[in-house]
Ligand binder design. Structure first.
Ligand code: S6P
Ligand code: ZN
Length: 196
């Protein structure tokens, strides 16, 4: 066994709970409500109305007990509930890994997409059960539910990647993902307000 600055955890198995998107054993679980997503949606009035009316949970993230420590590979399962704000689909906040490391997503249920942005070029990976979305180092990433059911995916990432949310608030994600006629429609990030 090599020497480690932080001793690794023991080998373990983790069971995915399909009905809830939970993990057993479980680490931290977080809920992001509409009120947590200020500044994300282009239509600020629609966002404020949704927040003030019911402040719904937009997405939940269940984590395994694997720690965010160098050398470890933590996992999380994100469930984004269906819906839109001013025509813009429900989405995660989005972040950049300040320590530029890659990440793997695996679609588990529902329909969505992975929006990637390197500061210049946006890319879109449609996600569905069984699809692996690969996030290379240096690409900010956001997930979007483009369907009528909860969209759920597994993420596996290096434990020392870190999460920078300010980068996305400052630079955007290149595109906004909007309800279209059948397929999602993409608008330049600057476009606001967005018509529903
Ligand atoms: C972590 C990974 C995911 C997201 C989760 C929520 O590196 O990319 O677990 O944290 O999908 O998204 P966000 O942008 O709110 O962290
Ligand atoms: Zn990430």
């Amino acid at each position: 066994m090599p020497e480690f600055a932080v001793p690794p955890i023991d080998p373990m198995s983790i069971t995915f709970q399909p009905p809830t998107g939970g993990m057993t054993p479980s680490g931290p679980v977080l809920s992001r409500r509409m009120s947590d997503l200020e500044g994300l949606f282009a239509d600020t009035a629609a966002w404020r109305a949704a927040r003030d009316e019911a402040d719904p949970v937009v997405y939940e993230v269940a984590s395994s007990p694997v720690p965010e420590a160098p050398g470890e590979l933590p996992q999380s399962i994100t469930t984004i509930h269906p819906g839109a704000v001013g025509g813009e689909f429900h989405m995660t906040k989005g972040h950049q890994h300040p320590n530029p490391q890659g990440e793997i997503y695996l679609g588990l249920s529902g329909t969505g997409g992975l929006l990637l942005f390197d500061g210049t070029t946006p890319k879109w990976i449609p996600m569905a059960p069984g699809v692996i979305g690969y996030i290379p180092p240096g690409w900010a990433h956001r997930s979007v539910n483009t369907g009528d059911e909860p969209y759920r995916f597994l993420a596996v990432y290096p434990g020392d990647a870190g999460h920078d949310y300010g980068w996305v608030l400052e630079h955007g994600m290149g595109w906004r993902v909007l309800r279209g006629a059948g397929e999602p429609r993409f608008a330049p990030f600057q476009a606001e307000p967005v018509a529903g």
